[in-house]
Design a protein around this ligand. Structure first.
Ligand SMILES: Nc1ncnc2c1ncn2[C@@H]1O[C@H](COP(=O)(O)OP(=O)(O)O)[C@@H](O)[C@H]1O
Ligand SMILES: [Mg+2]
Length: 346
């Protein structure tokens, strides 16, 4: 780390919090949603809200910015934020929310806001209880439910809210935000490094900022290799080697080589599979074989998510490539052409 970076790290803040957008205008993407909510707030006609979508897309930031806009300094006395995924039994809804919702400020005419973050973790019973509470206090309270999976919210509650879906940020949006923040923190980044951060985050801005910060802490400079090393993801040259082994070696040798690399570099099979996916997509082979490999690697990924044995899954992976290889070789006389596929760039 450079001296400047050290100084700016001295405050020891997570960048996710340090760069949380405070104003609605600070948020990138979701122009339409923000425009609509803005209009509703200005007209003093905010309905109950249900914000849903994948993590790190700005749901919590949006509602906090709305609250700040509506209440300014008085935020604390007008907003109840229930955050933890626990403490969501039926009693909390009944007591805590009722207490807050039923007290009215003397002299004030506006409504209060109750934010239920991670509402999809509430029990069905608690959601059912919420339905009544929402109706009872509509006169002076608005609810904002936030969740990742909208289908985990009971229909009766859904129908009482105006729903907004937060889509993942696009590559351009995410990358321009990350490079802005990198500039403010005096971090040197190259284009491949920024791309790698986006690729590994899957459109989750929280992940993007965390990877950016941890890469800076470990290496001071953001390059593709540094990002991969920080996150334990295979380096590009390692992925290329693995692809080469899978295509060109027999079962036993390929298995031993991959296993050795996996152990030496501490790689997770699931990360290797994610890289393979982009190789398979680019392969110039029979579509059926391509589909076969896709299906196999998705099965393996699924199995790995349940904590199954990595060695066993690795042998399934190698086996799938052996079958693909043989099928292909039997149909084509020009085997060499097929083998050269393995040298494709990601
Ligand atoms: N649309 C966005 N514009 C700018 N920053 C964002 C956006 N979405 C997420 N972020 C960044 O990611 C972090 C997490 O956002 P958050 O609102 O908590 O996401 P969510 O509640 O959807 O999981 C924020 O601190 C912010 O830095
Ligand atoms: Mg959130």
């Amino acid at each position: 780390m450079t001296k400047k970076q050290e100084e700016s790290n001295a405050d020891n803040k997570m960048w996710v919090e340090k760069y949380r957008p405070n104003l609605l205008s600070d948020l990138i993407a979701h122009e339409q949603i923000i425009g609509t909510i803005n209009k509703l707030v200005d007209a003093n006609r905010l309905p109950h809200l249900l914000l849903y979508g994948p993590p790190g897309t700005g749901k919590t930031s949006t509602i906090l910015a709305v609250a700040r806009k509506m209440y300014g300094k008085n935020l604390a006395s007008y907003v109840l934020e229930l955050n933890a995924s626990d403490e969501r039994g039926i009693d909390v809804v009944r007591d805590q929310i009722k207490d807050f919702a039923s007290t009215q400020k003397i002299f004030s005419t506006g409504f209060k806001l109750i934010i239920l973050d991670e509402a999809d973790h509430m029990t069905k019973d608690a959601q059912a209880a919420l339905r009544r509470v929402m109706e009872q206090y509509t006169r002076n309270t608005r609810f904002c439910l936030i969740c990742n999976y909208v289908n985990k919210i009971i229909p009766a509650v859904q129908s009482r809210c105006t729903r907004f879906r937060f889509a993942p940020l696009t590559k351009q949006q995410a990358i321009s935000r990350i490079s802005d923040i990198a500039q403010k923190e005096n971090v040197e980044c190259d284009a491949q490094g920024l791309e790698a951060i986006f690729r590994l985050s899957g459109g989750d801005m929280r992940k993007c900022l965390n990877i950016l910060q941890s890469t800076t802490m470990s290496f001071g400079k953001v390059t593709e290799d540094n990002v991969h090393l920080t996150t334990g993801h295979p380096l590009r040259k390692e992925s290329q080697l693995i692809v080469n082994w899978l295509f060109n070696l027999g079962f036993e040798e390929a298995f031993n080589n991959v296993l050795e690399m996996k152990n030496n570099k501490g790689l997770a099979l699931v990360d290797i599979i994610h890289d393979l996916h982009s190789y398979i997509l680019r392969m110039a082979i029979n579509e059926k074989i391509q589909m076969f490999l896709m299906e196999k690697i998705s099965d393996i990924e699924y199995a790995l998510s349940f904590g199954t044995n990595e060695k066993l899954q690795l042998s399934a992976l190698i086996g799938a490539f052996q079958i693909a290889k043989e099928t292909h070789a039997n149909k084509l006389d020009d085997v060499e052409k097929y083998m050269s596929v393995a040298n494709y760039e990601v």
